[in-house]
Design a protein around this ligand. Sequence first.
Ligand code: NAP
Length: 481
Amino acid sequence: MAAYRDIKQLYIGGKWVQAQHYTKLHSPYTEEVIAKVPAASKEEVNQAVEAAFKTRTVMAKMPAHQRAAILEKVVSLLETNADQAAETIALEAAKPIAAAKREIVRTIQTYKFAAEEAKRIHGETLSLDAAPGGENKLAYTTREPIGVIGAITPFNFPMNLVAHKLGPAIASGNTVVLKPASQTPLSAFFIGKLFEEAGLPKGALNIVTGSGRDVGDQIVTDPRISMITFTGSPEVGIGIRNKAGLKRITLELGSNSALIIDEGTDIEKILPRCMMGAFDFQGQVCISLQRIYVHESLYEPFVEKFVEAASRLKIGDPLHPATDISALISKKDIERTMGWIEEAKQAGATVATGGFTQGNALLPTVILNADSKLKVSCQEVFAPIVLINKVSSIKEAISQVNDSRYGLQAGIYTNDLQAALNAADELHVGGVMINDIPTFRVDHMPYGGVKESGMGREGIKYAVEEMTELKLVVINRNGPK
Ligand code: NAP
């Protein structure tokens, strides 16, 4: 396989093609130029969509065992190239290499689930005689591929979130035009090479890079594309929904995820999970732990232990194996988060640790007594910032968690079964994690949000449902009438 840093071409109709225009890709950590990446023109995007449109019948007719075999081959190629794949993520996203390696392990899982799911896409038989006039009629449903899928992905899991689009799309016999985030195109090209090597028909996957406003917009509005699957910020997601017309749409958006810690919880035991939830990949995870509501009986000791652990994290080069925290994705995000921290300070909140930058990294930051109206609380911080607040009851904590525009996942640690089940009922989110952090995710579980966290579900089986059309067949057993 060619060295990943040399791949600078669009992938259209099964060919790697030179683009008319290029932009430079910089490392967020060193700021060096790491690649020149195509900025696809209107015509180039048009060619990619046309290739996907023409190939949709080839994919729709491909037997399930062949679709599964292609995905299985991608799994084995990714296993072979796992280190190089993880380095690609670390280089372009500044994801610490240990976290990048974990992402590759999950990406392999995601494609494995997709290969398995390809073989069990089926409908059901229906009892039409439940209605008068339905006697002697046999009915069944099938699931047909939707056609061309436009996939638009974010920077933060450049391999695994692409896998959550390509895996179910190929498993269910669709074709794809993929537009990865401008900061993380190399991972998308990397996986494109693996699909090519795995024998995916030419035109079934097309990769176009360039700005979201231009390339993304063209994909969203092209009538040959039947579905948009988008993962990214609520602002962009809402804009896409407004433009997509009658296209099928899945939106996986942001959050300010929260955790409740009830009295009686063993805080020593849960501390490593809470640290991981708050600071993994610099907090740039959609279900990153942003708000923690701790029962007053445990508040002081929890804060003390958490702050101590946060101040021990190692800041540095994403390619160094000991690094916990590296650069934020852009300088703009450093300015934004520093502004939000300043606003919190001005309003009387306490910065217990962090609140400073080191190079392009923001130090792990813990804020106490932050009002729910502050940006660090009510907006998505997407940075290594966590708020810890005191509550006197679970009821109060639930109402604080629900006081949000978002609703992706929430967590509660409690030894009280009734409290746990009440929280599961009352929390207005897509997924409730009992005795775990909201950041828990494995790749086959249904995943998605309510409110401004999005619509539709991923998790391969659920994404396959979104990416297929239900068709009904009725057979009149009385013969032609
Ligand atoms: P983003 O800025 O919304 O970008 C996401 C993708 O949309 C990128 O490919 C971007 O291209 C493209 N885009 C931008 N403007 C567009 C437009 N007008 N039309 C069509 N596409 C457009 O998000 P991000 O900063 O990459 O990712 C962080 C966000 O993703 C956070 O809010 C996070 O919570 C969310 N996220 C959600 C989940 C989930 O499963 N719920 C998972 C991961 C991340 P450019 O890069 O060229 O701008």
